[in-house]
Design a protein around this ligand. Structure first.
Ligand code: ATP
Length: 328
């Protein structure tokens, strides 16, 4: 028989992402539905170490489903990386009567959760919250869909000015290790070329492609570049390179930055967050631990945290082909 769970702690950790609030709301309300107490832990693992806790009832999460960021705040805690920090955190959880933990965050947060479980045999469940969509075991992380919509919206606006002035725009989007945002938003926004960390397009091909598009009658173009693109040049170096080799182009650069993390979550992210929160709490009630809840083939699934951390997400190669055909 699994140990009966009476009190669940919930925290958000690492970079924030739209949909985290909807996930907190879901965890709190699922606990209330099953007559379990829920404690909000502020500032991720740092708040766990400092005992920064607050009891959360179903009415405490009114009007947050539509809000970006996280009402519990997030943090990167160096102290939690030390055994002493984790001992303090464990003592605080025990003192507060918390018997299980829901961690909303990225792979770093999951690594911390898994370590915490192995040291104290403390039940943990992960909800993937990061805009990069780089976590194995889920087709979508919380915030990814919203970030795509934000990026597409901004590129649409950039296109208006690009076409009015016959300019070439380089738009840098988030994605140090994964090109999901660049590839999907690039296709959605009709980019001419998309540079991602997983694929080495090569500088020659970029020039060739831009020349071809000019020759085919396009007077303005948009190139979407992930932060960590494989060519290894930053967006400003790329601009200099293209201008040096294709002087007919007037290249402008737009770095989208943190705006991609903000904003009201899309309906998709709100629904996903609600489903993931329910599954996380109900899995803990069933006595499960060390899993990440995720979305696979449109169904909510469980993936061992260890796999979620170690597994690699692959770029959809068919999308690369689609992107190439669309830039004809
Ligand atoms: P994002 O995808 O936004 O970067 P993340 O969850 O991967 O989110 P990290 O900063 O890597 O963000 O991790 C969040 C926190 O998890 C860290 O500040 C730290 O407290 C904890 N953590 C990460 N790795 C470890 C580890 N190896 N041991 C203990 N704790 C860890």
């Amino acid at each position: 028989m699994p140990k009966t769970i009476k009190k669940v702690g919930v925290l958000t950790s690492g970079g924030d992402s739209p949909g985290m609030n909807a996930a907190i709301r879901s965890v709190v309300r699922t606990c209330a539905y099953h007559n379990i107490e829920c404690i909000g832990i502020y500032r991720g693992y740092q708040g766990m170490i400092e005992g920064d806790f607050k009891e959360m009832g179903p009415r405490s999460v009114n009007n947050i489903v539509n809000k970006g960021g996280t009402v519990l705040k997030s943090a990167r805690s160096l102290e939690f990386r030390t055994p002493e920090g984790r001992i303090k955190a464990h003592e605080n959880l025990v003192k507060a009567g918390i018997d299980a933990l829901v961690v909303i965050g990225g792979d770093g947060s999951f690594t911390g959760a898994l370590l915490f479980n192995s040291e104290f045999n403390f039940p943990v469940m992960g909800i993937p919250g990061t805009i990069d969509n780089d976590i194995f075991g889920t087709s979508h992380t919380l915030g990814y869909d919203t970030a795509l919509n934000t990026v597409v919206d901004v590129i649409d606006k950039i296109r208006d000015t690009a076409s009015s002035h016959n300019r070439l725009f380089f738009v840098e989007v988030m994605g140090r290790d994964a090109g999901h945002i660049a590839l999907n938003a690039g296709i959605g926004a009709g980019a001419e070329e998309i540079l991602i960390p997983e694929e080495d397009l090569g500088l020659d091909r970029l020039l060739e492609s831009l020349q071809k598009s000019k020759a085919s009658g396009k007077s303005s173009s948009i190139v979407v570049i992930a932060e960590g693109d494989k060519i290894g040049k930053n967006v400003f170096e790329l601009k200099d390179y293209v201008e040096a080799n294709l002087p007919e182009y007037d290249v402008r650069v737009s770095v989208l930055g943190h705006m991609q993390r903000g904003g009201s979550p899309s309906c998709f992210d709100r629904v996903l967050a609600s489903r993931l929160g329910v599954k996380a709490v109900e899995s803990l009630i069933e006595g499960k631990s060390n899993y990440m809840v995720g979305l696979q083939n449109d169904k909510i699934s469980l993936t061992p945290l260890e796999q979620a951390i170690k597994g690699k997400t692959e770029i959809d190669r068919e999308l690369l082909r689609v992107s190439e055909i669309m830039s004809t």
